[in-house]
Write a protein that binds this ligand. Sequence first.
Ligand code: ZN
Length: 259
Amino acid sequence: MPRRKRSSKKEESGRKKRTRSRTRKKWTLDMKTVVPEVSKRVIESLGLDYIGIDIDSIKDLIEDIVSSIAEQRATKPSIDSLVSNIIRNKQLILKAIAAKLLQREDLTPEQVEFIVSYAPEIAGRAAPKLYPLAKKLGLDHVIDTLRYLWVRYGRPTPVECPYCGFRAVTPDLRCAVCGAQVSERDLKERIGFQELLEELAGRSPVAALEAVSAGFVLYDGERLWPPSAARSLSFYIEIYLNRSERELLERAARARITG
Ligand SMILES: [Zn+2]
């Protein structure tokens, strides 16, 4: 008799299981209490209070994560298991928090450092926003890192800005990071224009004379080219020649031809 009893219980529970899998979950999470509690414990575990993150600023994020964890669970997850699940994937949550911080107008030094450390790709792309903040806060070491991240993840050009040092001068002579309109005079000084002119005349006197008569050269971030090279360059800035530069270039080219 006892054996029969057990087997009938088994059948009963099997039926229950089948019923459960076909219907909705029997449990719900009380998000109003779970989310603030999980947020509080995540903040404590990751030391986020240090960068001014409070429950309010991450509760939307935590709610999304808690919902997605809960959807995958057959049984109701405890606060402990939710917290440890989030902490296990801490790189993801730190990145998400960095992205959220970036939406703020003003950031503290700790927050800027946090974004650069934990979300380097996002920081690199956001250099135009982070650079002025880092400069205002005097975070020189962060600016150095940002220059590198801009080249790696942002939209670098081959030409360094004479004002901020980021590789960000566009063909219309605007800096994509600090926003400055770069003067031709400052650009020429930064790139050592006179030496570049001499190098062009030495490399190709014909190209140098072409530039003299056109009145401008093309700069690709490394060397100077005559206007007719535009077709074959993937990036260039037009730089106008003043009178003394035209004379220098012509003199150097003719010396090369006759010499
Ligand atoms: Zn700049």
